[in-house]
Design a protein around this ligand. Structure first.
Ligand code: BMA
Length: 328
């Protein structure tokens, strides 16, 4: 098993998980990989809701996913809206999932992954009220885990994204997926794509990486949380057999003016699955960051999916995290 540990300056919320299926007023088996932001005076969450699945039928064609919406006054206690907020299901589209929220100039944008009959596409949508979503752009397959920066940089919108190359990578780095950046004048047309970080250059990682929470501005640089995956020989607890991947949260700082320049990468993961709600569930040993909110006090709330079953939160002093990333 991996030997990494969550650093001591990261504190899990004592009442985790903050969301599970029992608190959702519509069909639900797993609630996880949510996006978070502050919008119009409230904390808001859009979460992935898997249903039509049981422990025995974990991977059937009957699986359905919709997105749920919840609000909170303090970012810890959440009220779930009575109905799902978004669901697409057609002959071509199986579902949208893993939402990420970013407010830019007062408008709320949602990045998402979309499973289609022709591969996974990454999308950017905008919403006024979390009941209607207008899709602004959809990538070619396969691309997953998109996140938007919360402001234009050098005159362009910018996103981090995670394509899934299956032919180009050498055989010894199979399932070794990397983080790229792209820019756009209008959030519809994307280009200027650059490799930001190859998975082989992420410390403490032997498999793939991807953007996690949308980047957060700090005086030291853009704080970008990622997920990072280690494959382990032993079988891990899960609702299905043959699960061998440990998902941790990683962190890096990007230059404020030119985020394609990495200033530092945390030498070890910043969140390692250790709590029971992270190690036991649909896929045990999964921590999947999807939101980060920096409070005026300097407290950083790190929101993450746990075991592909729950949503949880941890906090830290942002300066401790920056020191951890920039240590020599
Ligand atoms: C990834 C995605 C995520 C999931 C993670 C861990 O490939 O499917 O939605 O949380 O695996 O299972």
């Amino acid at each position: 098993m991996m030997s990494y540990k969550t650093p001591e300056f990261i504190h899990r919320y004592a009442c985790n998980p903050i969301l599970d299926a029992s608190r959702v007023p519509f069909p639900s088996v797993q609630t996880y990989n949510a996006g978070f932001t502050k919008f119009q005076g409230k904390y808001v969450m859009v979460f992935r809701n898997d249903y039509n699945r049981t422990r025995e039928t974990f991977n059937t064609a009957e699986l359905r996913i919709n997105l749920g919406f919840a609000t909170s006054e303090d970012g810890l206690h959440w009220e779930v809206a009575p109905e799902p907020c978004w669901q697409i299901h057609s002959d071509e589209i199986r579902h949208v999932y893993d939402p990420r929220l970013t407010v830019i100039d007062g408008r709320c944008y949602l990045c998402f992954a979309m499973d289609t009959m022709h591969g996974v596409r990454g999308g950017v949508a905008v919403t006024e009220d979390f009941s209607k979503f207008e899709i602004l752009s959809l990538s070619a397959p396969d691309n997953r885990n998109m996140v938007l920066f919360p402001e234009k940089i050098g005159g362009y919108y910018m996103r981090l994204e995670r394509p899934m190359p299956v032919y180009g990578r050498s055989p010894d780095r199979k399932e070794s997926f990397d983080i790229y950046s792209s820019i756009s004048p209008d959030l519809r047309f994307w280009g200027g794509t650059k490799l930001l970080l190859g998975a082989e250059n992420m410390p403490s990682c032997n498999s793939k990486i991807g953007p996690g929470a949308p980047p957060v501005r700090t005086p030291a640089g853009w704080l970008a949380l990622t997920h990072l995956v280690n494959k382990v020989p032993e079988e891990l607890p899960a609702w299905h057999p043959d699960w061998h991947k440990v998902y941790c949260a990683g962190a890096m700082l990007l230059d404020l003016e030119d985020p394609t320049r990495i200033l530092g990468i945390a030498p070890t993961p910043v969140l390692v699955p250790e709590a029971p709600y992270e190690t036991e569930g649909f896929r045990g040993h999964v921590v999947f960051p999807g939101g980060a909110i920096l409070e005026e006090s300097g407290e950083l709330k790190i929101y993450y999916g746990a075991a592909d079953t729950y949503e949880a939160v941890a906090t830290c002093d942002v300066n401790d995290l920056i020191r951890f990333i920039m240590q020599k």
